[in-house]
Write a protein that binds this ligand. Structure first.
Ligand SMILES: [Fe+2]
Ligand SMILES: [Fe+2]
Length: 170
């Protein structure tokens, strides 16, 4: 990756970009938890296809967080070290499961994936405007993952029955 000393951003553009990346980083940390939080319960009810997809997504959201953290450091910024900051910096917030059934969990996460796509398109556009090819490529790479996440969840949502966890026997 191109190091900071080889980049010719103005200070204000650099600061603005770091803020956008830190906000996306908060989203990714929260996304990891949003996928992992219901899994324990869902595993108990053996909703295997959905849980395995959630686990895979959680792992990929964590990768996104790592990549963003590294780019923030390269740009001279300080990543978010305190989980208390995640809910302060997030673009899209944390969607606490409001109903323990398969379709509501899938729908919540589909909406979050759509929100993430908008965030990364915005970052890509900003990076393009200031001629930061590295951040542009990173934003597009993550955007493509978020599109795939939405598609995967939507396909499962079409296939699964809408079942409340209370309907299952432990
Ligand atoms: Fe992500
Ligand atoms: Fe995602």
């Amino acid at each position: 990756m191109k190091r900071l000393e080889t980049v010719n951003f103005s200070k204000s553009n650099q600061d603005a970009l770091i803020i956008m990346l830190k906000r996306a980083l908060a989203d990714e940390y929260l996304a990891v938890f949003q996928y992992l939080a219901p899994i324990k319960l869902m595993n108990g009810f053996k909703i295997d296809e959905t849980t395995s997809e959630f686990k895979e997504h959680a792992s990929e959201e964590y990768d996104h967080a790592q990549w963003l953290r590294d780019r923030i450091i390269e740009l001279g910024g300080t990543p978010l070290f305190n989980p208390a900051d995640w809910t302060v910096w997030t673009n899209d917030g944390f969607k606490e499961p409001f109903s323990m059934n398969t379709k509501s969990l899938l729908t919540q996460n589909i909406e979050s994936e759509q929100g993430a796509q908008k965030v990364y398109l915005k970052i890509a556009q900003f990076a393009k405007d200031i001629d930061d090819q590295i951040t542009y490529d990173l934003a597009i790479k993550i955007y493509q993952d978020e599109v795939k996440h939405e598609k995967d969840l939507s396909e499962i949502n079409e296939q699964v029955e809408d079942r409340s966890f209370e309907e299952f026997e432990l």
